[in-house]
Design a binder for this molecule. Sequence first.
Ligand code: ATP
Length: 304
Amino acid sequence: MIDYLELKAHGKINLGLDVVRKREDGYHEVRMIMQTVGLYDRITMERRMGPGIRVETNLSYVPNGEGNLAYKAASLLTDEFGLTEGVRITISKRIPVAAGMAGGSSDAAAVLVGMNRMFRLGLTTEGLMERGVKLGADVPYCVMRGTALAEGIGEILTELPPAPDCHLLLAKPPVSVSTKAVYGKLKAGELLPEQHPDIDGIISAIKDQDIAGIAGRLGNVLETVTIPDHPQIGRIKRIMTENGALGALMSGSGPTVFGIFTDRGQAEAARTALHNAEDGRLARQVFLTDFFRKKAGREGGENK
Ligand code: ATP
């Protein structure tokens, strides 16, 4: 048995996000290009002698205990395997919250991986992904990580070759966005053909290792909902492109924006410009990172 684990739960961005149709059950069918990023939450897991799951985070506005997705992940495996010992989970959050970067889903995925290791449950990556979908549509992807096409409600995954290296600037304006509310407001049937991103073109550019081709095709139909409500997203995109980004896009339902750069100096200049923009109020959280490349055969929440 393992007593203590330290894990990294990486965030994700969407290089492309298209909504194909709304199903009768209200869910939206999507085609998304998912990309894991270097930015991560730090998670520690300590085995407890008695039963009980404890979850704490460093942020007052993220739920501790049962309301946390990491708790639900630990609880799912505890119940299924009848575990008699508990676990104490601490999460140090760096991934912006309610920001379109799947931070909660990634924490849950890392805890599934951690529980599997700590209690030697013998589950395969596929077994963890099957359980993950019960916690959220993005959780299976967060177990798998890397570059992938996500279809269905996001849970049907096709692994793609790793996207080429670049410098990635992330900036979140100080607003929170509810994914459910954004999908609720999307009028998928009224989108114009040119509002749909060229998902297959992005896949070809990834296969060709063509970073300019990827950056030139970035597209997210949810921008049609989130940007009118939060115009600062458009202003962040502009600052990124004015400072040399090959492309800039809102991730997921927003409001985080990412910019793709091939020149480190330009990415740093864009970071400074965003820090200073509108007296420091435009983007409170700015991170310069990269695409995360997973090591072969390793699922989410790898050991430090
Ligand atoms: P997605 O891109 O999957 O829609 P998101 O990045 O928009 O996710 P999250 O950061 O995952 O959103 O958080 C959404 C909500 O989930 C938060 O408002 C928070 O109250 C709740 N939550 C529960 N557990 C966590 C967690 N471990 N980390 C962050 N938020 C959590």
